[in-house]
Write a protein that binds this ligand. Structure first.
Ligand SMILES: [Zn+2]
Length: 392
């Protein structure tokens, strides 16, 4: 018997899309070997199988927007040139993966420490999620998150910023297409670049095989980024003159569909406060999300972890809030954090589903998340690329 083989049985199995008839999962080294019925096990296999009655196995969760370098306990943005704390970043990664987050996309830092963390995790030297990293976001002079060093006055400077990220071995490029709240003097409604400039950046990244994620709050910036052909719109807040979610535009959504643009709405657990207040903003945001989904715009679950008060390991908690904000079923939300997220991140041939040959990224929770998303906060066991990082 292969010592690296783990047989889990008596499970409910939600495979990233639907609940299966199978009740047994066999993990072998870094991969899933089989998803089958317990009756198919040999007596020897059955003897070594671990019974997990009452639990559900699902693919490890994915957070499509985090900042490993940011300390959520801190309310002020980093100073220019401040790189971050590698030990704290390792701790965040460990907390994420033991909470069941086996993949995360890092959308910005200043000193490429998240790339070192990504590599250490991939080498098995540190527990953590598989990371995809963007490095320094491209921004305008004194623009959103300029303190991370990605300022560009014009297209050629922006290309130089992109080249610098490529030299640091990033997985994608992040562009700040509008201002943001986190940066003093920056306005969420204001676009930071012209469509033509954004398109030149997207094309430059594409030549190097890299997709672009664009931070967009204001509708003019969303429109420009979609026209420029970015892969994903981050936040997608539809900010207009009347505030958050006040300028939803169907024509822009139609363009998203033509371009195949993804949306990563960064809805974190803290949005619960807005839900309780039943603010006009939350109703407008819900209407926008419902409309986008009804047209078929694909969504990736994300939290923007690292910004003040948003902790890196809280995606499982945020998903129930996401369901409520976007009026989505539990299963739709689970897909947006597993199989759909994998597609949005270009990982759909490796992870996001419980399927033979796929990476063994597995979360086991007590209860059934398809009927109650809150059980996601009760992980029983977690495997990340075959490494057991939690065992209840
Ligand atoms: Zn962010």
């Amino acid at each position: 018997m292969n010592a690296q083989r783990t047989i889990l049985t008596d499970l409910r199995i939600w495979d990233g899309d639907t609940t299966l008839d199978a009740d047994t999962l066999i993990l072998n080294g870094p991969a899933i070997e089989a998803v089958c019925s317990g009756t198919a096990l040999s007596p020897a296999e059955a003897g070594t199988a671990r019974s997990l009655a009452g639990t559900t196995a699902l693919p490890g969760l994915m957070d499509a927007h985090v900042h490993m370098v940011l300390d959520p306990n801190r309310s002020s943005p980093p100073a220019a040139g401040e790189t971050g704390d590698p030990a704290a970043m390792r701790e965040r990664a460990a907390m994420m993966v033991t909470a069941g987050i086996t993949t995360a996309r890092d959308l910005g830092g200043g000193g490429w420490l998240e790339i070192e963390l990504r590599n250490a995790i991939a080498r098995g030297e540190a527990p953590g999620p598989r990371l995809l990293c963007a490095g320094q976001p491209v921004t305008c002079l004194q623009g959103h998150c300029h303190f991370w060093g990605g300022e560009a006055a014009d297209v050629s400077a922006a290309k130089a910023v992109i080249d610098r990220q490529i030299a640091h071995d990033v997985d994608l490029i992040k562009i700040m297409a509008t201002g943001g709240r986190f940066t003093r003097g920056s306005k969420p409604l204001a676009p930071q670049f012209e469509t033509r400039a954004l398109r030149a950046m997207v094309d430059h990244a594409r030549v190097h095989g890299l997709a672009v994620a664009a931070h967009c709050h204001g509708t003019p910036g969303i429109d420009a980024a979609v026209r420029a052909g970015v892969h994903s719109i981050e936040h997608c807040s539809w900010v207009g003159e009347e505030g958050w979610a006040s300028d939803y535009q169907e024509a822009v959504v139609m363009r998203m569909l033509e371009q195949g643009t993804w949306v990563s709405p960064t809805i974190n657990a803290g949005w619960r406060r807005m839900l309780k207040g039943a603010t006009p903003t939350i109703s407008r945001m819900r209407a926008a999300l419902v409309n986008m989904r009804s047209h078929g715009v694909p969504l990736m679950a994300s939290t923007d972890a690292g910004i003040p008060g948003v902790f890196h390991h809280q995606l499982p908690e945020a998903l129930a809030v996401f369901a409520e904000v976007a009026a989505m079923s539990a299963e739709e939300v689970l897909r947006s954090a597993t199989s759909e997220a994998a597609r949005g991140l270009g990982l759909e041939r490796h992870t996001g589903r419980l399927r033979p040959g796929f990476d063994a990224d597995v979360l086991i929770v007590a209860g059934d998340p398809v009927t109650d998303l809150t059980v996601l906060t009760q992980p029983v066991a977690v495997w990340a690329r075959g490494r057991c990082v939690r065992e209840g």
